[in-house]
Design a protein around this ligand. Structure first.
Ligand SMILES: [Fe+2]
Ligand SMILES: [Fe+2]
Length: 290
């Protein structure tokens, strides 16, 4: 099977030999990274997952059982708008950049690498959580978030490979070499070096850190560099579910605590093995402060 048939995309991968070659080299390293750092203990299990297969609002996702390493990591950009313009700054109103302008090359590369670095980092942070999931429902949500963060890495690597030449390819390799919490090769942003090793951490992470990521993506979705803007616009479609997981997760924990406080004669959730409010508050403070 050809590479471009294995990678669902709307970036004309079958016609772009240079991009194919770059991805061909990167793909095995990505899969090695996923096997080494992806969800521990579940790589050979069939998981019911949503896969992005196009960008049409009425049919962009496909649901099926799949083994996570066989997930069809795709490259999708929201379709180009006719006459897109730069929306801010000195070049306001000029045609949006279709290639990287020389004067912005370094800063754009930095922004894309930093965004890209968070995606695999969160998969690494969450890799042990499957073993302690509170329910099958939560387990599915976790893996859905994980494979989509993996796909978001693909989205950023596509931009690096397609628009940044040699430098971009080097950066794409390094995205697979850094490790969350590693003292020699840590991830770039500190929130992504913190352990996320229990489910209240996970809910708070998806509630606050993914939310921060959403604002970041929403800003990048306005970029004058059009391929970046269109990539991020599509990523936001997937991100909505991550925030839902966080918000409803924190909500469920708080609700259960409140029930137990009512049940206990001293109003203390601890007595009934619940998570007391002051502990929940600590978790919230921790993730909120990054
Ligand atoms: Fe993401
Ligand atoms: Fe996310």
């Amino acid at each position: 099977m050809q590479l471009y048939e294995r990678i669902p995309n709307n970036v004309n991968l079958s016609e772009d030999k240079r991009l194919q070659r770059a991805l061909e080299n990167w793909l095995p390293n990505y899969l090695n990274w996923w096997r080494e750092m992806g969800p521990d203990g579940f790589q050979q299990k069939d998981v019911y997952l949503r896969t992005a297969i196009s960008v049409e609002p009425d049919g962009w996702a496909h649901f099926d059982y799949i083994k996570m390493p066989d997930y069809r990591w795709g490259i999708f950009l929201k379709p180009a708008e006719k006459d897109a313009q730069v929306g801010f700054g000195d070049n306001y109103g000029q045609p949006a950049y279709q290639e990287v302008p020389g004067e912005f090359r370094n800063s754009l590369r930095r922004i894309i690498v930093t965004q890209g670095d968070t995606e695999p980092a969160s998969v690494e942070q969450q890799r042990e959580l499957g073993k302690t999931c509170p329910s099958l429902y939560d387990l599915r949500n976790l893996f859905q978030v994980n494979v989509e963060e993996g796909r978001h890495l693909w989205a950023m690597v596509y931009l690096l490979h397609r628009y940044f030449g040699r430098d971009g390819r080097d950066e794409a390799e390094e995205l697979l070499q850094r490790r969350s919490g590693d003292s020699d090769k840590p991830r770039i942003l500190e929130a992504f070096n913190q352990p996320c090793d229990d489910w209240l951490n996970f809910y708070c992470f998806t509630m606050f850190t993914d939310r921060d990521g959403k604002y970041q993506l929403a800003a990048l979705a306005e970029s004058g560099f059009e391929p970046l803007a269109r990539t991020c616009q599509f990523m936001l479609t997937e991100e909505a579910h991550h925030l839902f997981v966080g918000e409803t997760g924190v909500g469920r924990v708080v609700k259960r605590t409140a029930q137990l406080m009512k049940e206990d004669k001293d109003g203390d959730a601890r007595n009934l093995d619940g998570i007391p409010l002051d502990i929940i508050q600590k978790y919230i403070n921790f993730w909120f402060s990054y």
